[in-house]
Every structure is written in C-alpha cells, then in structure tokens.
Design a protein around this ligand. Structure first.
Ligand SMILES: CC(=O)N[C@H]1[C@@H](OP(=O)(O)OP(=O)(O)OC[C@H]2O[C@@H](n3ccc(=O)[nH]c3=O)[C@H](O)[C@@H]2O)O[C@H](CO)[C@@H](O)[C@@H]1O
Ligand SMILES: C=C(OP(=O)(O)O)C(=O)O
Length: 428
C-alpha cells in the first residue's frame, strides 16, 4: 500500500512550473483520432489518466509515440476498430470522447460506462441527447453501450445544463458531420476552447468556442499539426491556495492568468496579495485569512475542482465560511476527512458551513478523489503532527509529481509504502 505523509510545513516559498491540463489533454488525445494525418501534441502531462487513454488508443490501433517528456505524436491512420475496452473506460471519465471522435469514421463505437471521480451522480444524458439529435442510436448493455450512426448530421442542440464534457463530445462529433451544428448553452471552459483551437488547427471550421454558442461546419478531411495543450488552471489554483494556508509566497509559472480570474479574486477577498503577469501569478500571504462565501459554478465561475482545496484554507479563516457547489452538489467527501483532522464543518442540504480558526491535527485520512487528495495535502501542511493520506491513486490521476512539487516549495511531504520504516516526516 502507498500513501502520502505530510508534516506541518509553514511558509512555502518558490515557483512551480505548471504542467499541461489533464482535462484538455484527455480531450485532445481523443480529438487526434479525427485527423487523417499524424499530429503532435506538446505539454501532455504524465499522469495516470493519460496513461489509460493512451493504452486504449493503442488497443484500437492508434500509434502513440513520445521522444521527449510532454511531447506526444499521435498517428490515427491505422485505427482498426472502435471497440473501447469497457474495463479501462471505467477507470477514468472521458472514454466517451472516443464516441465523438470515432463515430464519423467507423459508424459504430462501443465503450464502457464512465468512471472518474465519484460524486454520487454524474449523468451523461446531455451527451446522449446531443448525439441522438445528430442521428446516433444508443444501445445499452450491462457493462458497455454502443453508439451507431450511418451518417451524423448537423443540427441545433440546446443543452439543458451547461456541461463541458457534452459540449466537447458534441463538438468532436460535429467536426466530420454533414452540414452545420450549432451548440447553444454550451460550456465556456478554457478546455472547450482549447479543443476547438486544436481542431481548427487541423482544418475544422469551428467558431464561437469560449462563448455559449458554438458553430461547427462539418469538414471531410483533417490534416497534420503541432499543438500545445493549455496549462492546468486547477493545479495552478491549488498551489496558489497553498500560499494562503502556509503563510507563504508561491508563484505559478507558465499559466494563463485569465483562466484563474475567479480564483485570484477569491484569494484576494480572503486576504492574500495576488499579482498576475503575462504568464505567471504570485500569491503572497499577508497573514490574514478572512472567511468567505463560495458558490462553485461552471466557468467563468469559481471552479468546482478548486472548491475542495479552498475549503482546506477556510478551516484557518477567522469566522464562518459557507461553500456551496452548484456543479456537483454532493462534492463534500473531503469535508468528512477534514473533520477527522479537527476541522469544524457541517454539511447541510449540500452546503458546507465551516467555522474557521481551528488548529488542525494530523490524522489518517483518505483521498476519495483527485481534489479531495490535494485538499488533504494542503490541510496536512497546516496541521500539527503527521497526516497520512491514503487513496494516492486518485491523486495521481491528475497531478504529476505532486510530492516533488510541494517538496520543492519547502513542504515536508513524502511518499510512503508498506516497506518503509514508519518514520514520521519532519515537522517544520
Ligand atoms: C475530465 C474532465 O474534463 N473533468 C472535468 C469535467 O467533468 P465533466 O465533463 O464530467 O463535467 P460536466 O461539465 O459535464 O458537468 C457539469 C454539470 O453538468 C451535469 N451533466 C453533465 C453531463 C450530462 O450529460 N448531464 C449532466 O447533467 C453534471 O452532473 C454537472 O452538474 O468538468 C467538471 C466541471 O467543471 C470538472 O469538475 C471535471 O474535472
Ligand atoms: C472531477 C475531476 O476529474 P474527472 O472528471 O476526470 O473525474 C477532477 O479533475 O477534479
């Protein structure tokens, strides 16, 4: 068994280069299947989810090679079939992008039900609605489902709820569909825009990505290109929050500061001094941590994926904070773990009420998903004693070298496994 041990670590200091975005990279790797020629992707993070999607790709005949870290060459010319391993599909969220990416070429795709972080209920009804409106037919089996379409046809789709996954999947399907597809009430997330930019660079005709109306004119051929994935705004946000909880100063480099706008404003409201340049953001603790209200919402709202790390910081605020998540209403597994560390949090009707100012103490805790894991690392940095975090495989789905990155800022943090001597990590 492996776990992460964190010792109290105050005043983190330094700079972190932010890797490419997990959520974008997953979409781009699937999108590469639409091309008729090899493409090169730069900035692809080395994380578990990418390894699984690459394995799936290889199993269907996609040739994926890499000469340098982050650089991935994808040759889609020899894809043989579109039967995606149901077991592997269920170990991460976005195997469904293979539907959008392969349906036009193969006429039939089979795929397992989506996995990923478990927030009780993550429906895919908007994917089904959009693809059905474009002419696809779904058949559901116990462990997998099949999607068939002799010819996808463009149409106007109004999403009942704003979803980045269904927006990206529909855009992928529309790229090689006949005629024009219009996506209304579309997600405006940077990962949607990134996918559209990559597709356009291959020759797709997509306009409006980044707004709530996206138009896609179907094309019959997509060419080779080299494209760099956007930086991971969610990793960047978590490191900025780490400055607040440790009373330190942390710079995130190679970021697009505009993608962090809601996070920057929230941290300023809480009391941090935040400075943004062309491609960096620095968060500097002023020693003040004010309580606040957070309503996690779809982009450009405060990201649900930063709600958990921010909650760790709010346990140290002066006063009572209120956190609601309008995207995943039950995304509070981390709160129960924080309570084991001494935090005073009550969850009522999908809202977390956090009484700040409690002294956290190290405990055995479990990361139930990626961001819960990062939340617990942050809490561990502020806690007395040693915090032992199990569920490391969840964290590794989304974070590259998380232990090395925090160590480089001065954190007392280490991987442990059952063979290690049970020496606690040092206290700062
Ligand atoms: C791999 C990936 O990119 N994951 C991100 C993606 O997940 P994912 O793409 O799954 O999230 P969505 O943007 O689709 O979900 C947004 C909201 O729409 C709902 N919904 C979604 C699809 C659907 O068919 N029906 C439906 O009702 C969801 O339950 C949720 O309430 O966006 C989430 C919201 O920013 C992030 O937390 C995840 O990190
Ligand atoms: C929810 C997340 O990921 P996924 O959608 O892949 O489960 C996340 O990255 O926080």
């Amino acid at each position: 068994m492996r776990w992460i041990e964190v010792g109290r670590s105050l005043e983190l200091k330094g700079s972190i280069k932010i890797p490419g975005s997990k959520n974008s990279a997953l979409a781009l790797l699937a999108a590469a299947c639409l091309a008729d020629e090899p493409v090169t992707l730069l900035g692809i993070p080395s994380i578990a989810d990418i390894k699984v999607i690459s394995q799936i790709g290889r199993e269907i005949g996609l040739i994926i090679s890499s000469d340098r870290p982050g650089e991935v060459r994808v040759d889609p010319r020899y894809i043989e079939h579109a039967c995606i391993d149901p077991h592997k599909s269920s170990t991460f969220r976005t195997a469904y992008y293979f539907i959008g990416a392969l349906l036009a070429k193969f006429g039939k795709v089979s795929v397992g039900y989506p996995g990923g972080d478990d927030f009780v209920h993550r429906p895919i009804d908007q994917h089904i609605k959009a693809l059905t409106m474009m002419g696809a037919r779904f058949t559901f089996h116990n462990d997998y489902y099949e999607v068939e379409a002799a010819q996808l046809k463009g149409t106007t789709i109004y999403f009942d709820t704003i979803t980045s996954g269904a927006t990206i999947n529909s855009m992928l399907a529309a790229v090689r569909a006949q005629g024009c597809t219009v996506l209304q009430n579309a997600a405006r997330d940077p990962e949607v825009t990134d996918t559209a930019n990559f597709l356009n660079q291959m020759g797709a005709k997509i306009t409006g990505a980044g707004t709530d109306t996206i138009r896609i004119e179907g094309v019959s051929h997509l060419t080779s290109c080299t494209y760099t994935v956007i930086p991971d705004r969610l990793i960047a946000g978590a490191f900025l929050i780490s400055a607040g909880i440790t009373n330190g100063t942390v710079t995130v480099q190679d970021v697009i500061p505009e993608h962090l706008t809601s996070c920057i404003h929230k941290l300023q409201e809480i009391g941090l001094h935040v400075e943004a340049g062309d491609n960096f953001v620095t968060a500097h603790s002023t020693g003040i941590v004010r309580a606040t209200r957070v309503r996690a919402a779809m982009y450009p709202g405060f990201p649900t994926d930063l709600q958990q790390p921010l909650t760790a910081l709010l346990t140290q605020a002066s006063g009572k904070s209120i956190v609601a998540d309008t995207v995943f209403q039950n995304r509070f597994n981390h709160a129960y773990q924080l309570k084991r560390m001494g935090a005073d949090i009550k969850i009522r009707s999908g809202v977390a009420f956090i009484k700040g100012g409690t002294r956290l103490k190290g405990a055995y805790v479990h990361a139930s998903d990626i961001r819960a894991g990062i939340c617990l690392i942050l809490a561990g940095l502020a806690a007395d004693g040693t915090t032992s975090i199990a569920g490391v495989h969840h964290i590794e789905r989304g974070y590259e070298n998380v232990v090395e990155a925090f160590s480089s800022l001065g954190a007392n943090i280490a991987f442990r496994d059952s063979d290690d001597a049970l020496e606690p990590v040092a206290e700062g």
